[in-house]
Design a protein around this ligand. Structure first.
Ligand SMILES: [Ca+2]
Ligand SMILES: [Ca+2]
Ligand SMILES: [Ca+2]
Length: 383
């Protein structure tokens, strides 16, 4: 069962956030924490109507957005990457029959000894099935677990769901950012850890990503993509539960990587047999100026059979797209996800370099020289 609410969940708290969609007049929005009837804990809901009455344009926009979803700090997203609302960490998203609780730093969550930034607990809301995960989809880069700096996250409605975007942390010389995407059509959470090398030299990256599945000593593996009940490095996905898959924690379908991916993981923590820690490790080199991402997914299920039925959705970029689980990502963002996208896609943003420009000038000069030479020969031949 779910643990008691923490201090921040108990009492309504008023705070301010600022909308920042470029196409929309910026105005402060009052957000209020409210009590989630399903859990008895605080969830963050918008209380913007009073503010928006003053602004006809925003009122119109609110009406257009109103049916979208019950969300944290709602501003209707129009862009794939719109940063709609910056709110304090600790909020939750309730969407598509799932409650994704408390996106925040915690010292005692996840599979790494040091804790970190995570989605800390997942639930199905009807029928109520609580307590999946003790920290989901944490990211550790070159020995440092990502912790969200600044105490805030951006929460935006995006195509097909809601997206939580962390602030950017500097780890060594690398910039690291986390996003979590909750689907509006299925109880699926997608985590993406993105690493950028802003320097002028390549950097070797060891990136670990994983979860504490929350099934504790009862952790049991029911299925994997190889067809057996043992998680090994070649399994793209696995199905796990606690000792009561029909009545206990939600049964988890976990996505690790896709067919044809350019980067494959090594299992550092193998879930099953009572171990609920799952960690994958990727090693790669980030070129100067390059960005790469690692993605993991989780689908909450009421039992093993529906989890098995959902599993093929996690096979590849194509099946994820068909399931609407990547709708918010641009082609460039997709190409950077090296454990799902084909081909090494960590090249830096294409900008003309000195050598390319020089080559072009050289080619033009050679061509011009040849023309002059040809013309002279013709002139000589004619004489
Ligand atoms: Ca649990
Ligand atoms: Ca646990
Ligand atoms: Ca297997």
């Amino acid at each position: 069962m779910r643990g008691p609410c923490d201090a921040r969940e108990r009492a309504p708290i008023l705070f301010f956030a600022r909308t920042s969609l470029a196409t929309i007049p910026t105005s402060p929005a009052i957000l209020q924490a409210s009590i989630d009837p399903s859990s008895g804990c605080r969830s963050i809901a918008s209380k913007r109507e009073a503010v928006l009455k003053k602004n006809g344009f925003e009122k119109l926009r609110l009406t257009a957005c109103a049916g979208a979803m019950g969300l944290l700090a709602g501003v209707c997203g129009v862009s794939r990457s719109a940063r709609a609302a910056v709110v304090p960490t600790g909020g939750s998203i309730t969407l598509a029959g799932a409650r994704w609780g408390e996106f925040r730093n915690s010292a005692s969550t996840g599979p790494f000894a040091t804790g970190g930034f995570a989605m800390t607990s997942g639930s199905l809301t009807g029928p109520a099935r609580n307590d999946a995960f003790d920290g989901a989809m944490l990211c550790r880069v070159n020995g440092t677990t990502f912790a969200n700096p600044g105490g805030t996250v951006d929460v935006s409605p995006v195509a097909g769901g809601q997206k939580v975007t962390s602030n950017t942390a500097t780890i060594g010389s690398l910039q690291v950012q986390m996003t979590y995407y909750a689907s509006s059509s299925n109880p699926v959470l997608r985590g993406i850890c993105t690493v950028t090398n802003p320097t002028g030299s390549p950097i070797a990256v060891t990136l670990m990503m994983g979860s504490n599945l929350g099934s504790d000593s009862g952790t049991t593996i029911h299925n994997t993509s190889s067809g057996d009940a043992v998680v090994d490095s070649a399994d793209r996905w696995f199905v796990s539960s606690d000792l009561s898959p029909a009545t206990g924690d939600p049964v988890l379908l976990i996505g690790r990587f896709g067919t044809g991916a350019s980067a494959l993981p090594t299992l550092i923590q193998i879930p099953g047999g009572g171990n609920d820690n799952f960690i994958d490790q990727y090693t790669f080199t980030l070129a100067a100026g390059a960005t790469s991402s690692i993605m993991q997914l989780a689908w909450l299920n009421t039992d093993v059979a529906p989890a098995n039925a959902n599993a093929p959705n996690f096979d590849s970029i194509a099946t994820l797209q068909s399931a609407g689980l990547l709708s918010d990502l641009s082609a460039a963002e997709l190409a950077r996800i090296i454990n799902y996208a084909a081909g090494a896609a960590s090249a830096p943003t294409a900008v003309p370099t000195l050598s390319e420009t020089g080559g072009l000038i050289l080619a033009v000069m050679v061509g011009a020289s040849a023309l002059v030479h040809f013309a002279r020969r013709r002139t000589a031949g004619d004489a």
